[in-house]
Design a protein. Structure first.
Length: 135
């Protein structure tokens, strides 16, 4: 017999896989747990070195989850990973939260926008001067 938390986790993972499949990742699937050598919950494709870990809990424990994610990234020999956290009272996966360390986000942003990097130029030159509180 399956425990309630495991059943909820399985349902959420299946919902996440379906969402990815409907949004351009046809090879997304759930993966089997491997005990201490766990490699996450979902893969986007066997050829994409990314760990996807899902959480469907009420109590947030981000530091614990990130530590778990880091282990799974190492176990899977992946480049990076992220957590998908179920939004309370929602079954719309597109509205769930994503959590990842900044070290994983930075290379993604560089891939997406690296060619368009330009120095920051202030577009609004309006300066608000502080009034002196001493009279």
């Amino acid at each position: 017999m399956t425990s309630r938390p495991r059943k909820v986790g399985t349902e959420e993972e299946s919902r996440i896989v379906l969402w990815f499949q409907e949004h351009g990742w046809p090879y997304a699937k759930r993966i089997a747990q491997k005990g201490r050598k766990d490699e996450g919950d979902v893969v986007l494709s066997e050829r994409i070195p990314v760990v996807v870990e899902s959480k469907a809990v009420k109590a947030w424990k981000p530091s614990t989850w990130i530590k778990e994610l880091e282990e799974e990234v190492k176990n899977a020999e992946a480049k990076w990973g992220f957590l998908i956290i179920k939004r309370v009272r929602s079954t719309d996966v597109g509205e769930y939260y994503v959590l990842l360390p900044l070290k994983y986000l930075n290379p993604i942003l560089k891939l997406l926008y690296g060619d368009t990097l330009k120095p920051y130029k202030r577009t609004n030159s309006r300066v608000i001067r502080r009034r002196s509180s001493v009279r």
